[in-house]
Design a protein. Structure first.
Length: 649
């Protein structure tokens, strides 16, 4: 995506410039800027590549402008996650940690830091960006030697490949101290740090690792011995020795920002490992005392963390997002993510903020622009196919955007006080999108993907894993506070003929065979990423994240008991579920569970009875050998038209 600004406004870079002709559009980051007749452009301070281009002083206002250019070998898409992670970048560049003071209109934030014993406080406008090519931010200081500062970074494809990165800082001093401090801090100290950080990021892309320059971690007394004990226990329990070693090294030597929010699926992608294997490893490492599990509660709009809890029992009730100014309840299926960090017995992780609102805080947002009343922006968009949403932080609702090959190559959207003009907008993968703010207030416009990232290990997935239930059986919700889990596949089983079997062979032999049957079921369920919620005599209830896993597990279990005196009856349904604390254990209830429980009554033991929701799943279609419709009325569902099917191998 490439950003154009139409008729530069106060928010635009080089805001004091006049276009060569009325209505001219400028492509920021392309090396073409508005004429600056009153700017004095100084010569480059160095002739070598990757050296800064110098400083400009803006006449009467004495605003100092610094421009650093870098030629990097990695592509903009590769560098964007690193360069736009402003929290890591500021830390790596030596910027002190910041303190949050509050959030105002349109996500303006009040922040403070201390540098060389001097307290600096400012109001920060929301970041503006177009992924993966450009971001910028404006800070207006309440006190201190600097009055205001604008920072921007532009990443463009280089002429011979790679990236041409332009990093600009424009600062206006408040007094003579600022006039002296700005050239020293930005022109000398920051310049050296910027060069080192960007070069390290460029090299990091090749290594497929994490770029960091944090302080050497301070381990707790006995930490190395505890890590070694956990390593031996994890390997002896069957975990991969290579992956265990990598996790131990990361926990012991990784910097605080890297290990303070370990996301198992992201870690798996970096290590080129199976996601569920890494998730299981982190859960086991938590039980062994090396990691601490946390439940991150995400806002359903901005998807930023509204709260972080150590216990699942605290994940309930109403939550508030100070950025979006909304109240919401936790949704296991989307807005509760499982993260890990080192146990305090290993090391104390300092949760410091060096920047609080950069593009990587909300990576699902592909463009964010702050537009003044009556302002216009022209976005030259290059988007992946899929569904997006265009919304304004201060206005209700939003505009659905569908990107496909057959969409429009040009479109205009006029945001008015009463809302959005059309129900849906269809765009081509490369399109020009003109945005106009026709309201009397400035608007923060956000273009975001509607699909949630698959790199998050959600609470719904984790609590449905057998390894989680085996390791954390006592971890449950607060009593009396149900929570939405999302869509799960629910399975109920029962043994056909078990009552007669007890009479024929005696209680003790029959009980032994039933226990073997339950162990077999538990293994089959766990092998397909499911979890046994509870057993009821010789029957079980299990949940799975996907219908195909449930079906494979039950087909395998029926095959294993084939030829025995007992037969396995199975009922299966997919739908939304509600989690609740039932006798101190996480349980599920709702109409999905009720229907699945009724379906097992229709099974003969040589088939699996499923609902239409299971049969309609595209993955299930590849496994189904024979499906016969069932014409039955279920108790408790009289009057409902239910499409039920009997599956047999």
């Amino acid at each position: 995506m490439v950003l154009y600004l139409h008729r530069p406004t106060r928010e635009a870079a080089y805001a004091d410039a006049e276009p060569e002709e009325p209505g001219a559009a400028y492509r920021l980051g392309a090396g073409r800027f508005p004429p600056q007749s009153h700017l004095v452009r100084l010569a480059r301070t160095g002739s070598r590549a990757n050296e800064p281009a110098g400083v400009r002083e803006v006449g009467p206002l004495k605003e100092l402008a610094y421009r650093f250019e870098f030629g990097l070998k990695s592509s903009p898409a590769q560098l964007w996650p690193l360069v736009s992670d402003t929290n890591h970048f500021n830390r790596d560049a030596g910027v002190p940690a910041v303190e949050r003071l509050g959030v105002g209109d349109n996500a303006r934030r009040k922040l403070r830091l201390s540098m060389l014993g001097v307290s600096v406080e400012w109001e920060e406008e929301p970041f503006e960006w177009v992924s993966p090519y450009r971001f910028s931010v404006v800070r207006r200081y309440v006190r201190g030697p600097v009055e205001s500062m604008r920072t921007s970074a532009t990443l463009e494809p280089g002429p011979g490949g790679g990236t041409r990165l332009v990093y600009e800082v424009r600062a206006r001093p408040r007094n003579i101290l600022g006039r002296i401090a700005i050239p020293l801090q930005i022109g000398v100290l920051s310049r050296r740090r910027f060069v080192a950080v960007f070069r390290r990021y460029d090299a990091t892309v090749d290594l497929d690792g994490e770029a960091s320059a944090g302080r050497r971690p301070r381990l707790a007394p006995g930490a190395r011995e505890r890590i070694e004990g956990a390593r031996l226990a994890l390997v002896s329990s069957g975990a991969s020795a290579e992956l265990v070693e990598r996790l131990c090294v990361l926990v012991e030597s990784g910097d605080d920002l890297s290990v303070g929010n370990l996301r198992p699926y992201v870690l798996a992608d970096v290590w080129h490992a199976d996601r569920r294997e890494i998730l299981a490893l982190c859960l086991q490492a938590t039980r062994r005392g090396m990691l601490e599990l946390r439940w991150e509660l995400l806002c359903p709009l901005c998807r930023g963390a509204a709260a972080s809890e150590v216990s699942l029992g605290a994940v309930a009730g109403r939550l508030h997002c100070e950025t979006c100014r909304i109240d919401f309840t936790a949704d296991f299926d989307r807005s509760v993510e499982v993260k890990f960090r080192p146990s305090p017995s290993i090391r104390r992780v300092e949760q410091l903020d060096f920047c609080v609102a950069g593009p990587q805080v909300t990576p699902h947002v592909v463009a964010q622009q702050l537009i003044a009343p009556g302002g216009r922006r022209l976005l030259g968009a290059r988007l992946e196919p899929g569904r997006y949403r265009l919304r304004a932080l201060a206005l209700p609702s939003g505009l659905t955007v569908t990107v496909s090959a057959g969409g429009a190559q040009e479109a205009q959207v006029r945001v008015e006080p009463q809302g959005w003009p059309v129900a849906e907008l269809e765009l081509a993968e490369e399109a020009a999108l003109a945005l106009e703010n026709a309201t009397a207030e400035e608007q923060l416009l956000i273009l975001e993907r509607t699909a949630w990232s698959d790199r998050a290990a959600t609470a719904a997935e984790v609590t449905a894993l057998q390894v989680y239930r085996d390791l954390f059986a006592a971890e449950a919700l607060r009593p009396g506070e149900p929570i939405s889990v999302g869509t799960l596949t629910v399975v109920f089983t029962d043994l056909r003929g078990s009552t007669r079997f007890y009479r024929d062979v005696g209680d003790a032999p029959a009980f032994g065979l039933v226990l073997e049957h339950l162990d077999l079921l538990r293994e089959a369920v766990a092998a397909e990423d499911g979890a046994v919620v509870k057993s009821m005599g010789d029957a079980i209830m299990a949940v799975f994240p996907r219908p195909v896993g449930a079906l494979r597990a039950m087909l395998s279990a029926q095959e294993a008991v084939a030829g025995r005196p007992l037969a396995l009856k199975v009922g299966m349904h997919t739908g939304p579920c509600i989690a609740v604390n039932q006798n101190g254990v996480l349980d599920y209830f709702g109409s999905t569970i009720n229907l699945a429980a009724r379906l097992v009554e229709l099974s003969s033991g040589e088939d699996i009875v499923v609902s239409e929701a299971v049969l309609a799943d595209p993955e299930v279609a590849t496994l189904t050998h024979r499906a016969e419709p069932i014409d039955e009325v279920l108790k408790g569902f009289e009057g409902e038209l239910l499409a039920l099917w009997r599956l047999a191998q």
